[in-house]
Design a protein around this ligand. Sequence first.
Ligand code: SF4
Length: 388
Amino acid sequence: MPQPVLYNLSLAELEELMRAWGQQPFRAKQLYRQLYLNLTNDPAAMSDLPLPLRVRLHHEAQLDPLELVQSQQADDGLTRKALFRVSNGALIESVLMIYADRVTVCVSTQAGCAMGCDFCATGRMGLLRNLSCGEIVAQVLWACRELRAWQVKLAATPHTPIMSTGEADTQWWGSESGAFSERVTHQVNRVTNVVFMGMGEPFANYERWWAAVERLHDPNGFNLGARNMTVSTVGVVPGILRLAEAPLPINLAISLHAPDDQLRSTMMPINRRYPLAELLAATREYTERSGRRVSFEYVLLHGRNDHPYQAMALAKLLRGQSISKGPPLLCHVNLIPWNPVPGVPLSRSERSRVHEFQQILRDYGVACTIRIERGASIAAACGQLAGH
Ligand code: SF4
């Protein structure tokens, strides 16, 4: 019999397990609290459980399905990347980002990715396998433990790291100008945001990914607000339509990266399956059904998708003035200067071009920010996760 992985089990399933082990059902609640509130991943430390149960958990259940292989830090320790080994030996990565007013963890939903976007390190790996609900949840819990350890260390040291706050539009050039500009004024003592933007396409692993969303949201356990979670898709239309019907209002980000089908198909093979007209129609349906705004991610590549005429075409697309006819889409554009990937002969847009691109979008009435750069020196930034 394979050992149950505790992070794979809902509270009801834990109660079933406890019953099968001859325990009172309330033990499941105690165990659940240990896992998701106390962040315990060692049965020996679950002091409110009787010793025989702790021993049985140690021998007959698996607590943490992730083996930490390596962790790295950048940005004065405010960005932390973890490399984990999962059960078939595949490697995945997660990134913790500490800001003055929030703490975000970026988690993977697959080991590798089948989508093959040509600017992305993960896409070059191919798909190794889908992650389980427990493997997705465990990345968030790692981030919580890492944050807790950082805060203990911070309390013991007079040095206070400096960091940027606020919107990304003026500060993305962090590594060049030393943009970490503001001293920490207060400590956020828990992970406040989870973004499913690490390795993999979440909608290609929808069931397990959604189980992880529900687990993290569960008020009996981790209790993270649905609006504090964001899923990013490459543009898998059935997933977008399914999310529109989902019972939890989590945020949706769509990787767009090009304003026309010809270019987008060369960058992102998924566009041949779900071309822009279909993608934008699904997005419109999503915003109308859910009433929620969508974020479009747009990675900027020098000379490829960063020309002013492309900014104008993008603006028209989102304003409903070209192939996507109708009222302006309820949306926001997040520009991401491309992060280098070894062996990929592309380069990031110049700073002035990024700002020009942003201004054009704004002039057309499209809300637009530039993402704060984090973790590029440890290959933890967008598109750089490759399981090394
Ligand atoms: S950008 Fe996202 S969907 Fe595309 S290959 Fe990379 S991980 Fe996969």
